[in-house]
Design a protein around this ligand. Structure first.
Ligand code: HPA
Length: 273
């Protein structure tokens, strides 16, 4: 499928007619962090299935709706339910959500995700502000004909994770009960968790955390010049760090355990943007 600007505009126009006013900040909620959407005041909820040209969510724990409203006095749109490469979408399709959010007029994007801690100084339940990423497997959401309205064919990634937003996130960390690090996210396509040997390789390459999302969205945001903050919740120590197998239940349980302080932390950040 080759997308044109009009493909994304159709989705955005549908939403703008119904959302009760354009949002300032977009938030894509990661696994187990979906309850943040319940904190949105005066919500207008639009299921993904109603949005023309949009994708539908298949992942467990991902609800599949856009929630418009306000948080900390800011107009926001939350995507409760995100799309992953492991679900079978190709990289090009994964450009859709962020491009639609861009056309809604947001001036900053916040991504949250669950990730495995590769850095052994981190602990399950810690948070990492993403400073940069590593994606060594082929493919890009920007592959194919360039949609010039969004950005240039070749684009910079040195400021993909906006330094000013990272600074705000680190300042807000001082008032949080959470332990917040800053580090590099390694994209792993999944759905299998990594092998212990892969984790040793990722560590040697400079990855601090590993996860199956976020990077396609970060690439799309960079291409269209959207300021970005990405936060990883360390739901588990990565494969082989501890003497035990990884389970999706552990990921869900840790995310649930820190949901309250994490929600408070993200709300504080939103109030400062
Ligand atoms: N690896 C990849 N993705 C993940 C992990 C992990 O250990 N934990 C949560 N998402």
């Amino acid at each position: 499928m080759k997308y044109t600007y009009d493909h994304f505009k159709k989705s955005a126009d549908y939403l703008l007619e119904r959302c009760g006013g354009p949002p300032e900040i977009g938030i894509i909620l990661g696994s187990g962090l979906g309850h943040f959407g319940e904190r949105v005041e005066d919500p207008v909820v639009i299921p993904y299935g109603d949005i023309p040209n949009f994708l539908t969510s298949t992942a467990i724990g991902h609800a599949g709706k856009m929630i418009f409203g306000s948080v900390a006095g800011r107009r926001v749109v939350c995507m409760s339910g995100r799309f992953h490469y492991y679900e079978g979408y190709d990289f090009e399709e994964l450009s859709i959500p962020v491009r639609v959010l861009k056309l809604l007029g947001i001036r900053a994007l916040i991504l949250t995700n669950a990730a495995g801690a590769v850095n052994t100084a981190y602990r399950a339940g810690d948070v990492m502000v993403i400073s940069d990423h590593i994606k060594l497997m082929g493919g890009s959401p920007m592959r194919g004909p360039n949609v010039e309205e969004f950005g240039p064919r070749f684009f910079d990634m040195t400021r993909a994770y906006t330094p000013e937003l990272r600074r705000i996130a680190l300042e807000c960390a001082e008032e949080s009960t959470l332990t917040v690090h800053e580090g590099v996210y390694y994209f792993s396509p999944g759905p299998q968790y990594e092998t212990p040997a892969e984790i040793r390789a990722i560590r040697a390459l400079g990855g601090d955390a590993v996860g199956m999302s976020t990077v396609t969205e970060a690439l799309t945001a960079s291409h269209c010049g959207l300021p970005l903050l990405a936060l990883s919740v360390m739901t588990n120590m990565a494969a082989g760090v501890l003497e035990k197998p990884l389970t999706a239940q552990e990921v869900i349980d840790t995310a649930a355990a820190i949901e309250e302080p994490f929600t408070k932390y993200v709300t504080h950040i939103i109030s400062r943007i």
